[in-house]
Design a protein around this ligand. Structure first.
Ligand code: DXP
Ligand SMILES: NCC(=O)COP(=O)(O)O
Length: 252
């Protein structure tokens, strides 16, 4: 059986984190985006946070104008962000939960709890031609609600799986991987496109890439960190190769 390709979306947020540490223009996250594309990224992901701690409005404007690959704009489901998304109409909008005091995204968006707010919000994005993705936990209720809300895509949160891996909690990691696998199957059966991401590294990516229904992985923090040591092109190329190998092996 031939393996279907898993797209790699490179998240460039943390190039902007380094830039913002000094308040100037360097390093330029848009330059990193172009480099990632040259190295084989199929798309670019950028999270415009309410507090603008990394990606800025100007970055989104430049990415929207300059990219030759799809832009996946991650954002909280606020009125301010809706206005920005409708102005730029990126290829995809991924709705994520956001807390100002968190260090990073701590889990999936509870689409079941927020369905009344999300229904018209997603409809407005769909109407504008944006492909709506919901960043959720690998949970059957969340999957069912995502479908009912009219999202085209769910991005399954892999952060818990990665944390268990790093801490050496092998049984818990295996259980979380199972949850991801079951959720991916359930989502695909409901007609949703399955993406996954958060916290993935060279060591954790392959079991997730091997899940048959996964079509796209979004990876950022690790790749930008690895780029310090090997360069971004090498880091992206190595990640691409690991994903392709895992996919080929699972299809064999
Ligand atoms: C939603 C998500 O997983 C990404 O946005 C990622 O977390 C990078 O952004 P932060 O590091 O600011 O959370
Ligand atoms: N949605 C996940 C993403 O874009 C990248 O997350 P991370 O690799 O920076 O943790």
């Amino acid at each position: 059986m031939s393996a279907q390709k898993v797209r790699l979306g490179v998240n460039i947020d943390h190039v902007a984190t380094i830039r913002n540490a000094r308040g100037g223009a360097l390093p330029d996250p848009v330059r990193a985006a172009h480099l990632a594309v040259e190295a084989g990224a199929d798309g670019i992901t950028a999270h415009l946070r309410e507090d603008r701690r990394h990606i800025s409005d100007a970055d989104i404007e430049r990415l929207s104008k300059e990219l030759s690959v799809p832009l996946n704009l991650e954002m909280a489901a606020t009125e301010e962000m809706l206005e920005i998304a409708l102005r730029h109409t990126p290829h995809a909008v991924c709705l994520v939960p956001e807390k100002r005091e968190e260090r990073t995204t701590e889990g999936g968006l509870d689409v079941a709890a927020h369905h009344a707010h999300l229904r018209p919000y997603i409809a407005a994005l769909n109407k504008a031609g944006c492909r709506v993705s919901l960043f959720i936990e690998p949970d059957p209720v969340q999957i069912a609600v995502a479908e009912a809300l009219g999202a085209a895509v769910v991005e399954l949160h892999t952060g818990t799986y990665c944390e268990h891996c790093f801490a050496g909690r092998r049984k818990k990691a295996a259980a979380e991987l199972k949850r991801l696998t079951v959720a991916a199957k359930e989502g695909a059966q409901r007609g949703l496109e399955i993406h996954a991401g958060h916290g993935l590294t060279f060591d954790t990516v392959q079991p997730v890439a091997a899940i048959a229904q996964v079509r796209e992985l979004n990876i950022g923090h690790f790749l930008i960190g690895e780029a310090i040591f090997t360069g971004l092109a090498e880091a992206v190329g190595q990640m691409r190769a690991l994903i392709a190998a895992a996919r080929a092996e699972s299809a064999a």
